[in-house]
Design a protein around this ligand. Sequence first.
Ligand code: TYM
Length: 338
Amino acid sequence: MPRIFSGIQPSGELHIGNYLGAVKNWVALQHQHESFFCIVNYHAITIAFAPDELRRRTRDMAISLLASGLDPARCVVFVQSDVPEHTELAWIFNTITPLGELERQVQFKDKAGRQEQVMAGLLNYPVLQAADILLYLADIVPVGEDQVQHLELSRVVARNWNARFSPDTPFFPEPQAKLTPTRRIAGLDGQAKMSKSIGNTIGLLEPPAVIWDKLRPVVTDPARQRKTDAGDPEKCPVIYPLHKAFSPAETVTQVETNCRGAGWGCIECKKVLHANMEAELVPIQVRAAELHSTPALVDDLLADGGRRARAVARTTIDAVRDRMGLDARSVRAAGVTP
Ligand code: TYM
């Protein structure tokens, strides 16, 4: 059975770009595949951060994921730093990854441009991502569109390592990205992708009134200056795609007819969207509030996820070390299980 792996940074609250581009898909896929979902706190420390905030955000992200529907009885939800094998494999992969592959990563160039000083960890970020995925020998990686280039690098890493250390039967699979129709959700500005670092997000746990205050001023088709002007939903960069994600198919058809025929004004159209978002998000928000009141339970679930992930990770690392001549002499001699 194909195995699934995906990750998310604990960079504050889950936003609806993460939710629609990735997490909603994870919730569906956990029923069909053996799945590992990781809160990637080692990735989060490649740019400036505050330790206490990172700790809080890590748990908050776990709460958002569980509230969205990830079920620890069906998948493994864990924190990256609870499984040190991620960094071990990343180091190994650093030794077989050409520098040029890393320097041409769009996300690196983007993020590096916003840093005062660029640390080596930011450049090596996608190598750690390859280690995350390949540690679990995952075949399928459900992500949004912005991660596709990183996934290509993961395939290069798998190929390079296999060619060098497992040439006859490839040890690592070449993982494939799995995208959804909502692979790129635009931010509230209608231009950039929705992203915490740009500050154009709708948070999954924001109260409906706050979401409405954000939706109301959002740009729509510029041709619709007045309610009586006909519009084109394809030119509506935020509201129409969100209708397609949150509204039933009949409503999406109504939106198209009423936009083209100037039947609804944009505010009316936004109100319909808001009601459908509220219907999907409020139950998640209720579950999140419950989990917030039981932090020890969340920590226990994560600890258990870490143990389950680590058991798989150990098996992979042992095989990798063996094929590379990196035997764990001192540990074995002491009779300690690494
Ligand atoms: P991150 O934390 O930025 O985002 C988590 C997931 O959300 C998707 N996403 C979006 N999808 C659609 N529209 C948007 N506006 C949008 N914004 C974010 C992302 O594509 C991603 O799937 N490098 C990764 C984390 C990572 C990872 C991994 C992912 C580390 N190791 C291994 C997969 C496998 C990242 O920063 O995602």
